[in-house]
Design a protein around this ligand. Structure first.
Ligand SMILES: [Zn+2]
Length: 239
């Protein structure tokens, strides 16, 4: 309604100057639009032109669907659309000081704007928003719950070193064996791996054959020696 009261020509341009950005999407709720039409109907004849201008401007803006079947008072409608936490990140430009004051007290993070004479003013941050930002910053810098538990566990272990002794002994035990890892050591060439069953059977057969040969060989030698000895004995006996 400030646009009518102060004959503001281009509020979006003023808003762009205040916020130092051109990325502005002006919105108006359905109930606010109905209120504008009602004011136009009941206005004085000299105000009608201004209302026509204002409605033409508001029609260019995005119509925020508040889904109020029966149009509510603009202040009530806006309060509901903004909600308790301003989850859609609106900025509110409202002429109603009562509405601005009440939302300032209960909705954190809701920038408020209003016209003073024909100048658009961005209100200073509310105490509620300031506290809310502080709370958010504290949460951001806070340690996550999982890490906090880990830190508590470590501090408990430091307080009771006896409990931690067995856990700390584990890595020391692992370090003890000084022999190199057998898998990393190159096998000596002389050592052969244990033969498998087929190899072992052939080896056994070879071993079984060998003694037969040697035994036969030694038997021959023994008989020869005995013969020699027998001859010698007979000679000796004969002498
Ligand atoms: Zn509404």
């Amino acid at each position: 309604m400030s646009f009518v009261q102060y004959k503001v020509q281009d509020p979006v341009h003023q808003l762009a100057n205040v916020l130092c950005t051109t990325k502005i999407k002006p919105m108006i709720t359905q109930c606010c639009m109905v209120a504008l039409y009602n004011r136009q109907k009941n206005c004085a004849p000299d105000e009608k032109a201004h209302f026509d201008q204002t409605i033409a401007l508001a029609k260019q803006w995005e119509r925020r669907k508040c889904n109020h079947r029966e149009p509510l008072e603009p202040s009530v409608c806006i309060e509901q659309v903004v909600g308790p936490a301003n989850q859609h990140r609106y900025m509110l430009a409202a002429d109603d000081p009562v509405l601005r004051r009440s939302l300032r007290r209960v909705v954190p993070g809701l920038p408020l704007l209003h016209y003073s004479q024909s100048v658009l003013i961005l209100e200073p941050m509310s105490d509620l928003t300031d506290r809310h930002i502080g709370h958010m910053e504290a949460n951001k810098s806070a340690i996550p719950a999982s890490e906090r538990k880990l830190l508590e566990k470590v501090s408990q272990q430091q307080d009771n070193p006896a409990e931690t002794a067995p856990e700390q002994a584990m890595p020391v035990k692992r370090k003890k064996p000084k022999a190199p890892n057998p898998l990393s050591v190159k096998k000596p060439k002389t050592l052969k791996s244990t033969p498998n069953i087929s190899e072992r059977s052939s080896l056994d057969a070879a071993k079984a054959k060998k003694p037969q040969v040697t035994e036969a060989h030694t038997l021959q030698q023994v008989t020869r020696r005995r013969k020699k000895r027998g001859r010698g004995d007979s000679h000796a006996g004969g002498n």
